[in-house]
Structures are given as structure tokens and as C-alpha cells.
Design a protein around this ligand. Structure first.
Ligand code: SF4
Ligand code: SF4
Length: 325
């Protein structure tokens, strides 16, 4: 269950729909904690969630730490016995001393590299400040719960390959779970266009300079015939209580939402979701399968276990593979 408590994000990642959609006149806001309680009440009433079987991801395409009332959400989830998680770019800190992390299952720090240069290129943040913030989070989270896993979601771009070993070392020293994966064409239509061979030449040229794409079409080709998109068993809501088609269809898309959670039963949601036309191309091209199966170790060199060796091999092969993919 994903609930975006805000649709705002302060990063500049150009492979993400959020910065592109900021230029459009789309509704975007901050959810009130009292409204969050109503949303949880409603989801429980329609038997979509329960503390026994659900854990709640407090994010989708927004940055939850931008919400001034973030600590209140952590307390609501704790009081209602929900295990939960959130992902953050760690550019800003919420009032950590007001948070309750005792039921925090894991936290994800998403990183576009391990240097100021990489941060300038994607997020647009001060790398040192981010590192300090992650350390502040670590101290406060561990104070509440020694079992909470801290995950580093390292987005692998062509330009940050050489920073991987150092990032891995830092994660190991801090006891973080290090999870590198290839950065993706995160704008929904671009991913589908790439697989169809219709992506605009400008975007393709930039993608060929920054991303690794050599594995995408072979991966899509391995999509099982009756593949069921995992999103069909996950609910995603935005900050207004809209039930979304899924976490991937962006705000500007005509089929972004299914309707208000307050006006739909669980059956309504499930049947409407399975009729969304947007899913047809997404499943047919293999985009849904790729989106849920992007990794680094497995796709770069399946038999290789050492990051340093993979970096060396990718360095040698990446240009050739990208030009001809
Ligand atoms: S990828 Fe994440 S951090 Fe970057 S702009 Fe999008 S939502 Fe923000
Ligand atoms: S098939 Fe694609 S659009 Fe449909 S729910 Fe899955 S990821 Fe979303």
C-alpha cells in the first residue's frame, strides 16, 4: 500500500516525471494528518488494509520529508500498529526528534551517485549535506529500532560507475543494505516508446549518454506470456485520496487515477483497474515487466559478484552496447 503524503519533490531528476510535471498546472499538495486518518479508516472499512497484513509505504513520486507534519504521520502509523516504510532523497530533514520510527520496517535513501558532480547532474543537491542528513536519520532511526533496515538505492548511470565501489564501502561500514540498480527511463511514456522504437531522437541521444539501456529489450523479451503486473495487488493513493492506476502512471496522464477512495469499494477498484487501457501497451511491450525487474548484478554480468569487476567490464563495453542497443 503506497500513500503519497505530498506530490511535491525538490529534486531535479530529468528521468523522473515529477520535475517535468511541475511546469504543468496540475493539482499538487500536502495531505493533512487528520485526512490521512480518514483515508486509513476508509481503507480498513473496505477491507483493503489491516495492521496484520499490510505495510504502508509513505511515498510515491513525492518527497515525504518536505511535509512539515511528517512526524505526525509516523505517530499515526505507530499508534495504529502499522509497519511502514518510506523513501527519501535525504536533502531535507524532518523534525526527527518528533518522529516515531519504532515500526519503521525499512527506509530507502535514493542516491544518484557518490560525488558532488553526480548530485549536481541529477538531484541538484549538496552531496555533503545529504551525507550528513543520512547520518542524522541513521542515529535517530537506530535509537527507536535496531531492526530497521537502512537501504541505499544507488541509481547506476554511466557517469557514476566509478563511484560505485566507494559507495558500497561506505554502506558496508555503516551497516546499510546496498542496492545498486540501473537508473531507468522513469517517465512512463518514454519507457514504452523506447521499447516500441519510437522514442524521440533527442531523448534517446541523452539517454544513450547517461543511462544503461543495453539490457532493457532483452529483459522485456523474457517477460512471461501471462505476466501479471505486481501493481494489480498494490494500492497507490495520492495526497488527495485518489486511488491511482498504479505508482508508475504519472499525474498528467489521462488514466492517472481510478477515483476517490471514499467513493469506491475494493471490488470497484479491482475491476476498474483491470480495464485501464494504459495497461495494454505497458504489458504488451514488456515495460511493466522491466519496471519491476531492474537490477544491477543480474543484468550487468549475471555471474559476477564483485562490483569493482563489473565496473571494469561495463567501462569497457558500455559504449558499444549502448550504440547498438
Ligand atoms: S526521482 Fe525521486 S527524488 Fe528525483 S525528482 Fe523524482 S521523486 Fe524526486
Ligand atoms: S501494467 Fe503498467 S500501467 Fe498497468 S498497472 Fe502495471 S505498471 Fe501500471
Amino acid at each position: 500500500m503506497c500513500i503519497d503524503i505530498t506530490g511535491h519533490c525538490n529534486a531535479q531528476c530529468h528521468w523522473c516525471p515529477n520535475p517535468i510535471e511541475r511546469k504543468m498546472d496540475l493539482p499538487r499538495g500536502f495531505m493533512e494528518p487528520a485526512f490521512f486518518e480518514n483515508v486509513l479508516d476508509r481503507l480498513e472499512a473496505i477491507k483493503a488494509i489491516s495492521p496484520e497484513k499490510t505495510y504502508i509505504a509513505l511515498f510515491n513520486w513525492g518527497e515525504p520529508a518536505l511535509h512539515k507534519k511528517f512526524p505526525e504521520f509516523t505517530k499515526i502509523l505507530t499508534n495504529r500498529n502499522y509497519n511502514w516504510t518510506f523513501s527519501t532523497n535525504a536533502s531535507v530533514l524532518p523534525a526527527l526528534d518528533g518522529c516515531n520510527f519504532s515500526r519503521l520496517h525499512y527506509v530507502i535513501f535514493s542516491m544518484p551517485g557518490f560525488s558532488q558532480e553526480s548530485y549536481e547532474r541529477i538531484h541538484g543537491f549538496d552531496f555533503k549535506k545529504v551525507m550528513n542528513n543520512i547520518d542524522e536519520y541513521r542515529k535517530e532511526i537506530k535509537r527507536h529500532s535496531s531492526l530497521t533496515e537502512i537501504r541505499i538505492s544507488y541509481h547506476v548511470y554511466q557517469f557514476n560507475l566509478d563511484e560505485l565501489p566507494e559507495a558500497q564501502q561506505w554502506a558496508k561500514q555503516n551497516g546499510f543494505f546496498f542496492n545498486p540498480h540501473f537508473a531507468q527511463l522513469g517517465v512512463f511514456d518514454w519507457g514504452i516508446d523506447f521499447l516500441k522504437g519510437t522514442l524521440s531522437p533527442d531523448i534517446l541521444a541523452k539517454a544513450s549518454e547517461e543511462l544503461f539501456l543495453f539490457y532493457v529489450k532483452p529483459l522485456a523479451a523474457t517477460c512471461p506470456e501471462n505476466y501479471e503486473c505486481p501493481q494489480f495487488s498494490i494500492l497507490t493513493l495520492d495526497e488527495f485520496g485518489n486511488v491511482l492506476t498504479c505508482c508508475g502512471v504519472p499525474r498528467s496522464h489521462p488514466q492517472y487515477k481510478l477515483g476517490s477512495v471514499f467513493e469506491m469499494s475494493l471490488d470497484d477498484i479491482e475491476s476498474k483497474r483491470k480495464q485501464q487501457e494504459v495497461c495494454i501497451d505497458c504489458l504488451k511491450t514488456g515495460a511493466a515487466y522491466c519496471g519491476h525487474n531492474v537490477q544491477f548484478f543480474k543484468q550487468a554480468f549475471p555471474k559476477e559478484k564483485s562490483i569493482t569487476t563489473i565496473v571494469k567490464k561495463l567501462r569497457k563495453s558500455r559504449f558499444v552496447k549502448n550504440i547498438f542497443s
